[in-house]
Ligand binder design. Structure first.
Ligand code: GCO
Ligand code: MG
Length: 413
């Protein structure tokens, strides 16, 4: 069997997505992959069209590992979000083809089901503690047993993640008012100061534990904004609240700083959405500096790399919590769940509810029921793409916000 051609499809059903479709010389047999990198969509599309796709025409789509190695090691220049997102899309689509050929869902190819479904979490948020509490209660009423909680920080402008659960669509950051440049929006600028944040988050969890109780698993996403000693302090202050984990406490560049955090707090730690390979994860795994590894499969080279990361993590008592926001496409969400229900060391899965427009373009996303996500037994990943529907929603330039401190200096968003 041979790869005959590969389509790159850019579409904006509420927010931008990039998808690929790998065609084969077997009539009707193709694979679908997700190549969406929020705010850098067209760079990935260009990397695929201009550089990677020409290398793939005529190759045997069965050779997933060899194609992965060829595109990563064989290209000399490797890694980073753009190239690893492009590689992930190809990898996912090849696993989709392999499943369709075998007549099996991808989770069967990964070793088969180890659990009835993937424990899923949603986002709760609000302007104040009562709004967050109401948001958590709505999530519980919908069946969630794990909820992430974020609240507006007094004095700051535009706090990350306070929109709460994206019950329909996930255009949380796309259509916000922003400056306009040459024919499109420019990033919205948010203001953030650590001291108010450090005081507010433990108080939020005081409120949530005293009103909601301890039966629902709660946790918080720092979004890489703290210094190691601040993260250690926050982790210690959150110990009485028994959160599931503190997510992404510090910037991704400083793996060694996790030693300091770990030495000072019993609050479990999660990290990884800004990692792009197993080598980014390695020190945190082998030194047991975190409890959950939460790479984005769509930005880390796909299923082939994720199963290796998971296998290393398993050896060190670390569970998976793959990144699952609205800004990656349904094929990555499906890949997440295929791994989740096959891996021995799955922990929890982030999810969003896609809008009707997204379902129209990408039918077959994972289904949520009773707090869990599941995929169907359809061969492959189970996600398709309707190109006619995709064409109705042309690309719109959009950026993530940027963050500045009160003195105007740049900080991590
Ligand atoms: C999460 C992440 C996202 C990212 C987004 C950026 O935990 O889901 O932090 O919300 O901010 O993926 O594009
Ligand atoms: Mg996060």
């Amino acid at each position: 069997m041979k790869i005959t051609n590969i389509d790159v499809i850019v579409t904006c059903p509420g927010r931008n997505y990039v998808a690929i479709k790998i065609h084969t010389d077997s009539p009707g047999l193709y694979g679908v992959g997700d190549a969406t990198l929020n705010g850098r969509e067209l760079s990935v599309a260009a990397a695929l069209r201009d550089h990677m796709i020409p290398l793939l025409i005529g190759r045997d789509p069965d050779q997933v590992e060899d194609i992965w190695q060829m595109l990563f090691r064989g290209a000399y220049w490797r890694g980073g979000p753009v190239l690893m997102t492009a590689l992930a899309a190809i990898d996912m689509a090849l696993w989709d083809i392999k499943g369709k050929r075998a007549g099996m869902p991808v989770y069967s190819l990964l070793g088969g089901r180890t659990r009835t479904g993937a424990l899923a979490y949603t986002h709760a948020g609000g302007q104040n503690f009562t709004e967050v509490e109401d948001s958590v209660r709505r999530a519980i009423a919908k069946g969630f047993k794990v909820v992430r909680a974020q609240v507006a920080i007094p004095g700051n402008v535009g706090t990350y993640g306070i929109g709460g659960s994206s019950l329909a669509g996930a255009a949380q950051w796309t259509n916000q008012p922003a400056e306009w440049g040459d024919g499109g929006p420019l990033p919205q600028v948010e203001k953030w100061e650590p001291s108010a944040y450090m005081r507010t988050i433990p108080a939020l969890f005081d409120h949530l534990r005293s009103t909601i109780g301890f039966d629902t698993e709660l946790f918080h996403d720092v979004h890489e904004r703290l210094t190691p000693i601040q993260a250690a302090r926050l982790g210690r202050d959150l110990e009485p609240h028994r959160i599931l984990f503190l997510e992404d406490p510090i910037r991704p560049e400083h793996k060694e700083s996790f030693r300091l955090i770990r030495n000072h707090t019993l609050t479990p730690l999660a990290m990884g959405e800004l990692f792009h390979s197993r080598w980014d994860c390695l020190p945190l795994l082998t030194e047991q500096l975190i409890d959950y590894i939460r790479c984005d499969i769509g930005h880390t080279g796909g299923i082939t790399e994720a199963k290796k990361i998971a296998a290393i993590a398993e050896s060190f008592h670390i569970q998976t919590a793959w990144h699952g926001p609205g800004d990656i496409g349904p094929a990555t969400h499906a890949a997440n769940v295929h791994l989740d229900i096959a891996l021995a060391n799955f922990g929890v899965q982030e999810m969003v509810f896609f809008s009707d427009q997204v379902h129209e373009v990408f039918p077959g996303a994972p289904v949520f029921e009773n707090g869990m996500l599941n995929v169907s037994d359809a061969p492959g990943l189970g996600v398709d793409i309707h190109e006619d529907a995709a064409a109705k929603y042309p690309y719109q330039r959009a950026y993530l916000p940027t963050t500045r401190r009160a003195d105007g200096s740049v900080h991590d968003w």
